[in-house]
Design a protein around this ligand. Structure first.
Ligand code: P1T
Length: 381
């Protein structure tokens, strides 16, 4: 089955009791058993719930994976991955990544004896140099949040596997429509489902997708033991959101292209970071591993100061100043003070998260209206 057909049909079937075409919201904590161990496949909703299971199967299919697991948030999904490790184990991670992931690594798991190394990932040798006999996991975010660096997943899979490490990819910015990391050699995919998969800014959720059965079993054990599962109502909302993922991503990409072009030509703008621009340093890798380039972008202003950036994010009318991304409506954010405030200033400036950096999650509105809004916000700077 091809992508759009899977988005609409994978994992879901008419309800066996009523024929309802939409998967019902099985809002139940438990399931009546006929006798001890005699049940219909469900015992308790932390362990399994039919609405969640339909979504887990749907997301696995979209990533060309065999096993899907859904969690209460993207952070809960990453938390489950790190719980595969033991004290003393080490992780090599992308240095430009979501601030919450950095915080989870450095302020929670570092206390439990897991060591994290952060590095740029454009050069496989540089990544290999961070690996030692304790390294178990290579963590790639691509495109990265918020600098839109694109990392070569196939090259990272080669480095990881040459050193017996797992390769995990945070595929949130791309969504399964634009990029399928398992097909490029990754062992594990993570999504903040909150973003493009949900698509309507009404759910917080995370997901993992894997192909290897033994790895899936370990992750199901952690999911059930730690218990950070998502609820049936949220699972229903995401099942509904996913049905239009392909349509939304096409429009996000189209609008992304129009807005990146507009920003590039604006006199107040310094740099534009959107992987679809031929000038983007990783454009070639992006064109190879992604179907299109999406609606996430960042840009800096010629006047590189906080006050000017604040002026822009406060002047916009159609873009909303908010954390998060990937919904149908356009959002604007200031990474240094919002999504990436938990990364120390020197660390974030090393990766380009300077005070004038502004991030856009370009929605699916009319590009002309979005451009007019940015035009008035940037006027006279
Ligand atoms: O917010 P949550 O569903 O827990 O997902 C965390 C997360 C993980 N990975 C990436 C790449 C992310 O962007 C996020 C969440 N990001 C934002 C809230 C944001 O505005 O960047």
């Amino acid at each position: 089955m091809k992508f759009a057909t899977k988005a609409i049909h994978a994992g879901v079937a008419p309800d066996s009791a009523t024929g309802a075409i939409m998967t019902p919201i099985y809002q139940t904590s438990t399931y009546v058993q006929e006798g001890i161990g005699k049940h219909k496949g469900f015992e308790y909703s932390r362990t399994g719930n039919p609405t969640r299971q339909a979504l887990e199967q749907n997301l696995a299919a979209l990533e060309n994976g065999r096993f899907g697991l859904c969690f209460a948030s993207g952070m809960a999904a990453i938390d489950a991955v790190v719980k595969l490790l033991e004290p003393g184990d080490e992780v090599v991670s992308t240095n430009d990544l979501y601030g919450g992931t950095y915080r989870l690594y450095t302020q929670i798991f570092a206390k439990y004896g897991i060591k994290f190394h952060f590095t740029g990932m454009h050069d496989a040798q540089q990544v290999a140099a961070q690996i030692n006999d304790k390294t178990r996991l290579i963590w790639v975010e691509t495109p990265t949040n918020p600098m839109l660096n694109v990392i070569d997943i196939r090259a990272m899979a080669e480095v990881a596997h040459a050193h017996n490490c797992l390769l995990g990819v945070d595929n949130t910015f791309a969504s399964p429509y634009l990029q399928n990391p398992l097909d490029l050699g990754a062992d594990l995919i993570m999504h903040s489902v909150t973003k493009y998969l949900g698509g309507h800014s009404d759910v917080v959720m995370g997901a993992l997708v894997v192909n290897d059965e033994a790895l899936a079993e370990k992750l199901y054990f952690i999911q059930n033991s730690s218990g950070a599962v998502c609820g049936p109502m949220d699972s229903f909302l995401v099942l509904r959101g996913v049905k239009t993922l392909h349509l939304r991503m096409q429009r996000h990409s189209e609008n992304g292209r129009a807005i990146a072009g507009f920003l590039q030509g604006h006199q107040a703008v310094d740099k534009v970071y959107w992987p679809g621009l031929p000038e983007h340093p990783n454009h070639e890798v992006a064109a190879r591993q992604m179907r299109d380039f999406g609606g996430m972008m960042s840009f800096t202003l010629k006047k590189n100061d906080l006050a000017t950036a604040m002026q822009v994010v406060e002047r916009v009318k159609l873009f909303s100043l908010a954390e998060s991304l990937g919904g149908v409506e356009s959002l604007i954010g200031h990474p240094a003070s919002m999504t990436h405030a938990s990364i120390p200033k020197e660390e974030r400036e090393k990766t380009g998260v300077v005070d004038s950096l502004i991030r856009l999650s370009v929605g699916v509105e009319d590009a002309e209206d979005l451009i007019a809004d940015l035009e008035q916000a940037l006027a006279g700077l």
